[in-house]
Design a protein around this ligand. Structure first.
Ligand SMILES: NC(=O)c1ccc[n+]([C@@H]2O[C@H](COP(=O)([O-])OP(=O)(O)OC[C@H]3O[C@@H](n4cnc5c(N)ncnc54)[C@H](OP(=O)(O)O)[C@@H]3O)[C@@H](O)[C@H]2O)c1
Length: 327
């Protein structure tokens, strides 16, 4: 039986750890691609080391996004063939080989590095979905990103700028990282300890942000709602600060705010496929044209996945942390 190296989750949720194992190379189902993984992205959600989070794959292989070369395709596959380079938001990427349903795979653009592409799906699909599909960003609108130094925050700032926002305001707790965001198009940097709503109102001539993309969650709700324009929208994307807060219904009503949440976990395969297709159509061409640049923190070797997790958990990164898997 052909074998591969993989990092698997061992132990119960909460006390689990990443361990290197030799596993059988997975076999394609009818609509699947078998991908030789070049690199895997490390995401915040990976740190939970919850096998359930990774799609309940048989061997509990970790990882949530990867890119590589198709080496085999199931009998019903129509859009891809061996030799194609693909990226995907899909489980079990911390391994030399991974399976993805072709409906979730996205072609790596010509001339774009395969390993770097591994860092695009989670952040840019999330940011595009929140800003455009759910947030309905309009030309000339003001966007506020709370948790701006997070990867999804970086992607949101880049896309908001690309897609016609007139002003992009970022809020974060670390001034040195906020300074780096100016290089990727942030207009106004605010430190979260400061009086957020007053500062947003001052930066927007008293109007507030048309669209708030929130990655902080717990503890940030009142400040976010107070920073929104009358009739504005807020999309709850992340929970870096926790998942509970108190909703001031009076504030919500007075400012007539539309509040929506997003996650991939409750999306069907067809819904996730639609997010991937929208990303491929609207975002990837901008990478190909050089209008967008991926922000890469560093690569760790696959076998140092636990160290990569500690690096992200310590917030020592700015941009994507990746695992280099095969050359
Ligand atoms: N809804 C979805 O579909 C979806 C998809 C992807 C991710 N997410 C969620 O979005 C959030 C961000 O994910 P990510 O992968 O972008 O994270 P990430 O890159 O790992 O974000 C880390 C950065 O966030 C900042 N941070 C950490 N805790 C914070 C807090 N309590 N308040 C403010 N800033 C904080 C830190 O910056 P400083 O050092 O500057 O503080 C850190 O560098 C997570 O909650 C994740 O689960 C949701």
């Amino acid at each position: 039986m052909a074998m591969m190296k993989a990092m698997v989750i061992e132990g119960a949720d909460g006390v689990s750890r990443l361990v290197p194992r030799d596993l059988p190379i997975p076999v394609c189902g009818p609509s699947d691609l078998l991908v030789r993984v070049a690199a895997a992205g490390v995401n915040r959600a990976d740190l939970r080391l919850s096998a359930e989070h990774f799609g309940g794959n048989e061997h509990r292989v970790a990882g949530g996004e990867f890119a590589g070369e198709v080496v085999a395709a199931g009998a019903d596959v129509t859009a891809f063939a061996p030799g194609d380079r693909v990226m995907a938001l899909a489980p079990a990427g911390y391994a030399e080989y991974a399976i993805v349903d072709e409906r979730l795979a996205v072609r790596v653009p010509d001339g774009f590095d395969t390993a770097t592409a591994a860092g695009l799906p989670a952040w840019y699909m999330t940011a595009h979905n929140a800003l455009v599909t759910v947030g309905a960003l309009g030309q000339g609108e003001t966007v506020l990103v709370n948790g701006a130094t997070a990867g999804v925050g970086i992607a949101t700032i880049q896309l908001a700028r690309l897609l016609g926002a007139s002003q992009v305001i970022g809020v974060a707790r670390s001034q040195p990282k906020l300074v780096r965001l100016a290089e990727i198009g942030l207009d106004t940097a605010l430190v979260s300890e400061d009086a957020l709503a007053e500062n947003v109102m001052a930066a927007t001539r008293g109007r507030g942000a048309d669209l708030v993309i929130d990655l902080v969650g717990g503890g940030a709700l009142t400040a976010n709602l107070s920073s929104a324009a009358i009739g504005g929208r807020m999309i709850a994307v992340g929970r870096l600060g926790g998942s509970t807060d108190v909703l001031d219904i009076n504030l919500l009503a007075f400012r007539r705010i539309t509040l929506r949440g997003v996650t991939f976990r409750s999306r069907s395969l067809e819904e996730r496929s639609a997010v991937a297709r929208a990303f491929a159509a609207d975002v990837l061409p901008a990478f190909q044209r050089g209008q967008l640049e991926p922000v890469i923190d560093r690569f760790f070797p696959l076998e140092q996945a636990a160290e990569a997790h500690r690096h992200v958990a310590a917030n020592a990164h700015f941009g994507k942390t990746l695992l280099a898997v095969t050359p």
